[in-house]
Design a protein around this ligand. Structure first.
Ligand code: MG
Length: 215
């Protein structure tokens, strides 16, 4: 059941509740803790612990072996996704900032995932075509520059196997999804592209997480 407030977007979560449920459902993992603790001069904009756990479980449900992530930052979501892969699985993650990519590589090595993950430095639109020979992919997770989400979605649809997952964070665009500007139109196009090619939903995480299963 739900009440009218929660159906229209109100959340019962508090920082204390979020911490408690994460402590129960997300096993302590020193490598994740290390990647979550970004340096002061790096934006702490990675997904939260429960969303990271959700990504991990979705990748496992999909039996993912080959995954692409756009937007590595310090590698926090990368570790969640890579931990879902079988030993012969591989994840390619694209990061625009060389300094962030360097930290992510160190965090992935500390997590024992250096062999299972390739960190590619560059803009998503430049780097993704180079990954195509490794496809088709089982899952693509987008958490990068929002202005290009529509282009990333088209790439994902073209390079996912049927039954593969497209995932997109910040799908409410920080509350600006319905604004009348290019960035919001691009994010709305992302939603529409995913919905046209997938069975899809926008999971009401704090900033929305699109999940699509490629038809
Ligand atoms: Mg995000």
């Amino acid at each position: 059941m739900a009440d009218p407030d929660s159906r229209t977007g109100a959340s019962y979560a508090s920082p204390e509740i979020l911490d408690w449920v994460a402590s129960v459902h997300a096993p302590h993992d020193p490598a994740l803790a290390r990647a979550f603790a970004t340096p002061a001069d790096m934006p702490a904009i990675m997904v939260g612990p429960s969303e990271g756990r959700l990504l991990h479980l979705l990748a496992r449900l999909a039996g993912a072996r080959r995954v692409v992530e756009v937007g590595t930052l310090a590698g926090y979501s990368t570790i969640h996704l890579a931990r879902a892969l079988p030993p012969d699985g591989h994840l390619w993650t694209v990061e625009f900032e060389p300094r962030h990519a360097e930290l992510a590589r160190a965090n992935l090595a500390a997590a024992g995932l250096a062999e299972r993950v390739t960190v590619v430095v560059g803009a998503g639109t430049d780097a993704l075509p180079g990954l195509e020979p490794h496809g088709p992919f089982d899952a693509v997770f987008l958490d990068a520059d929002k202005a290009n989400y529509d282009r990333y979605a088209r790439w994902a649809i073209a390079n996912l196997r049927p039954g593969g997952l497209v995932l997109g964070d910040n799908a409410y665009l920080f509350g600006e999804l319905l604004d009348d500007d290019e960035r919001a139109r691009g994010m709305r196009a992302f939603h529409e592209i995913v919905a046209a090619a997938c069975d899809s939903v926008c999971i009401p995480t704090p900033d929305g997480l699109v999940l699509g299963i490629r038809r």
